[in-house]
Design a protein around this ligand. Sequence first.
Ligand code: B12
Ligand code: SF4
Length: 438
Amino acid sequence: MKKVLFIQPTIYDDRGRPVKKSRLYFIGLAYPVLAALLPEGWEAEICLETIEDIPFDTDAELIGMGGMGHAVKRSRDLAEEFRKRGKTVIMGGPMASLAHEEVGKFANSVVIGDAETVWTQVIADYEAGCLKPTYNEKPDEFTRPLPRYDLVLDKKIGDFLPVQAGRGCPNTCSFCSIYCLYRGNYQKREIEEVIRDIRYVKELGFKKFLLIDDNIVSDPPYLMELAKEIKKLNMTWMSQCAIHIADNPELLKTVADSGCYTLSFGLESITPENFDTIEKTWCNPDWYPEIIEKVTEAGIEVASEMIVGIDGDTIESLHATADFVLSVPIIAPKFYIMTPIPGTDYYKQMCSAHRIVETDLYKFSPSNAVITHPNMSTEELNEIYWEIYERVYTIPHILRRTLFNRRFRRNPRRYLFFLMLNLFYRYQIKRRIAPNIM
Ligand code: B12
Ligand code: SF4
C-alpha cells in the first residue's frame, strides 16, 4: 500500500514555538474527505499537530498539508523539513489557493480551490511521475463520499465532528477569503447526502456536530428544509451565518428547533462608515441589539467576530465597541485586527495604496497591525486590541455571560461549557494568543 500522511499543522506562538494543546476541539474536514477520495492501493494517516508529534520518519511517500491564514508559516517549515527527507509535499486549502505563488515556493504541488474532482488526478500524476506544480479545477457540483472520520476518532478531539452542507457565500465582502475564493457563489450538497453524513456522525456515538458552512443562511429555503431533516435526528449543532437569519422568524425557529444552539456572526464593527470600506454595505450595526435579542430568545446563543482597525475606527470607537459587546448577550466575543489576507481584493487595494508596512506575509496575524491607519499608529492599534480583549474577558464579565446568564437554568451543562470556553479565551488573552479553539 502507498500512503499519504495528511498533517493539520499547528500555529506558532509569539515566541515562535509551535502551540501544543491536550485536546483539539475543532478538526478540519478536508483530510477525512481527501482520505475518502483516495484511489485503491492507497492508505491515509492524519496527524493533528496541535495534539500530536509529527512522525518525521513516516513511511508515507506523500505529505498533504493545508494551513490557514498566517498559520501557513508552520506548513512552510514542515514542508521544507519533509522535502529534505525526500518526501513529496502537496499543499491545498484556502491559504494555499489564495497565495499559491508563495506556497508553490516550498511545496511540490499546490491544489487551488476545492479538490474533490482533481484529487484522483493529482495522485495519478504523482504515480506517473508527472505531478504538475498547480492544479485548478472548479467542480460543477458538490458531492462527496462519507468522510473518513475513523482516522481521527482515537485522537483527543472535541465531542462533535464537522459536517458540511454548502460552501461559499453570496455576499461580496472585500476582506473575506471566502468571497475571494468563491466570488459570490454558494454551492450546496443534496440534503440527503448531508443527512447521510450527520447520521453517520450519530452512529459513531456523537450527539453534536459542527456545520462548518461559511454562511448557513445563504439559501434560506434550503436551510429550512435541511433544518427540518436535522430535527428528525435529535442532535445538537452549531454553525456560522449572516445576520439575515433574524429577519425570518419562521426560519429562525425551525433552525433552533432542529437543535442549533450557537451561531457565530461576523458583526465586524459598530461604526457605520466601516461597512463601505469592507464592501459589506447590507449590514447596519443599529440593528445588532435587536438581532442578538431575537436569536438568543429563539434559544440560540450568539458568538461574534468583530474587526478592529477598519479605516473609520478611532480609539474612542474601539472602546465603544467593547462597551457594545458588554451591553448585549453575546456568549463568546472575538476580535481580529484588520488584516489584508494575500489574494483578497482588500489586499490588492492596500498594496495599490502602499499602506502595507509589514513585508513578511507570515506575520499577518489577527493580533498584529500590518497596514497604516488614518486615525492611529500600528502600535496603538495593537495595544487597543489587547485592551479590548482584557476589558471584555474580566472574571465578572465572564460570569455574567455564562453562570449568571438568565438562560442558565434552561441548560446548565451548556453554560458550564461556555464558562470553560470563556476562561480558556481569557487564559489565551493573558498569554497574548489571539483566542481560538484549536
Ligand atoms: C474548522 C475551521 C478551523 C478550525 C480547524 C482548523 C484546521 N486546522 O483544520 C479552527 C477553529 C482551529 C481554525 C483555526 C484557524 N482558522 Co479556520 N476555518 C475553519 C473552517 C470554518 C472550516 C474548515 C473546513 O474543514 N472546511 C471544510 C473542508 C472540506 O473544506 P476546505 O478546508 O476548504 O478543504 C477543501 C479544499 O480547500 C481542499 N483542501 C483543503 N486542504 C487541503 C490540503 C491538500 C493537501 C489538498 C490537496 C487540498 C486541500 O480540499 C478540500 C475539499 O475540496 C474554515 C472555513 C472554510 N470554509 O473552510 C475556516 C478558515 C479555513 N480558517 C481561517 C483562518 C484564518 C483560521 C485561523 C488563522 C484563525 C485565526 N485568526 O487564528 C486559525 C489557524 C489555525 C491553524 N492551526 O492553522 C480562514 C482561512 C483564510 C485563509 N486565507 O487561509 C477560513 C477560510 C475562515 C474564513 N472565512 O476566513 N479554523
Ligand atoms: S458574509 Fe461572511 S462569509 Fe460571506 S463574504 Fe461576507 S465575510 Fe465572507
